[in-house]
Design a protein around this ligand. Structure first.
Ligand code: F6P
Length: 371
């Protein structure tokens, strides 16, 4: 019989529990034992786990968040007792002491990197892709995305009626710090008048032109879906230059300085949606308001599509473990699942391509994209 460990890491996402349950049910029917590490990588390092039997998996399909808890840590650079340490040897020791044959890691891009680091250190690891941002390479989609898109779409629907009543511009900030899938998907589904994405730097003039053109046609309000990572041309240039410095730093001192500079740039841009609201108010004469959707997008019960996806990916992962396939991510590919080697996933963001069908659809709908 096998003994398997499972954990959830990174930002939580609706559908995590469906995937834990999917994997767990398949594992238990294979006669395996399952243990769940608490609080992501942190619990793995501290060897805090609970036994997951069928009663622990009962009733969790509809529950948001993760029953195991989560954290954002890098296994090779973890702050322990005030010091940055490589905790991979500790993890390998824990896996051996606990008698675990494999580790299943549910998480986003950061978790894919941690999974690869552990694979390279000699552990049997499988990664399951989750994030509401949908920005993981080599998978069609990730569980959490569909639910978050429902929530953001409903928000856009609701903002329409109040923007319309008050003749206002309402900007709604939607999660997605690097990729604009959520703002674009919800923007199309909710009929936003303008959608701004990290992948397409905007000019304030172009956004204002779209709003003024609407005014001319008698629409005295506009709803703007702004991805958290969307920036105007100037801020995009600053951000990209700072990111490049981090990538190209050749000494630890240069890396530290570059990271501090990037943090400063990011900090100075934190209020960008409010800044845009002021600029649009000045350019159009319409009152502007901002509504930040924030964490409501990540919380709560998963929609049917995410429950289905989590269940499919979870059970497919159990099949992969039974075949001894490790060092892979279980990807969604059309109506099937597929195993993708982790080096093809870790460090590869899936951004919205400029000619993506959703972008073309938005353009045909005459949605402003700010370019
Ligand atoms: O889940 C991914 C994400 O939604 C990003 O778009 C966002 O920047 C981030 O989470 C914020 O989450 P936290 O505050 O948990 O780091």
């Amino acid at each position: 019989t096998k003994r398997i460990g499972i954990l959830t890491a990174g930002g939580d996402s609706p559908g995590l529990n469906a995937a834990i349950r999917g994997f767990g049910k398949a594992a238990i029917s294979n006669g395996w034992e399952l243990v769940g590490f608490r609080d992501g990588i942190r619990g793995l390092v501290e060897n805090r786990f609970v036994q997951l039997d069928s009663s622990a998996l009962s009733g969790i399909l509809t529950v948001g968040g993760t029953i195991l808890g989560t954290s954002r840590d890098k296994v090779h650079k973890m702050v322990v007792d005030g010091e940055v340490r490589d905790m991979r040897p500790q993890v390998l020791e824990n896996l051996a002491v606990d008698g675990l044959d494999a580790l299943v890691m549910l998480g986003g891009g950061g978790t894919a990197k941690n999974a690869l680091r552990l694979v390279e250190a000699g552990a049997n690891v499988i990664h399951l892709p989750k994030t509401i941002d949908n920005d993981i390479a080599r998978t069609d989609t990730t569980f959490g995305f569909a639910t978050a898109m429902e929530i953001a779409t409903e928000a856009i629907d609701r903002l329409h009626s109040t923007a319309h009543s008050h003749h206002r511009i309402i900007l709604t900030e939607i999660m997605g710090h690097r990729a604009g899938w959520l703002a674009l998907g919800a923007g199309i589904a909710g009929g936003a008048d303008i959608v701004l994405l990290p992948e397409i730097p905007y000019s304030v003039e172009s956004v204002a032109e779209t709003i003024k053109a609407r005014l001319k046609h008698g629409s005295t309000f506009s709803v703007v879906a702004v991805a958290e990572g969307a920036r105007d041309l100037h801020d995009t240039a600053d951000l990209e230059a700072a990111r490049l410095l981090v990538k190209s730093a050749s000494t630890p001192e240069a890396a530290r300085a570059a990271k501090a500079h990037l943090a400063n740039v990011e900090d100075s841009q934190r209020e960008h949606t409010f800044k845009l609201a002021r600029e649009l108010e000045a350019a159009t004469g319409l009152e502007s308001r901002v509504s930040i959707l924030g964490y409501v997008q990540r919380g709560g019960t998963p929609c049917a599509a995410d429950r289905l996806l989590g269940s499919r990916i979870g059970t497919a992962a159990a099949h992969a473990v039974s075949k001894g396939n490790f060092g892979v991510m279980v990807a969604a590919r059309g109506e099937d699942t597929e195993l993708v080697p982790l080096p093809e996933v870790a460090g590869h963001l899936k951004l919205v391509p400029p000619d993506h069908e959703w972008i073309l659809t938005a353009r045909k709908l005459r949605t402003g994209l700010g370019d």
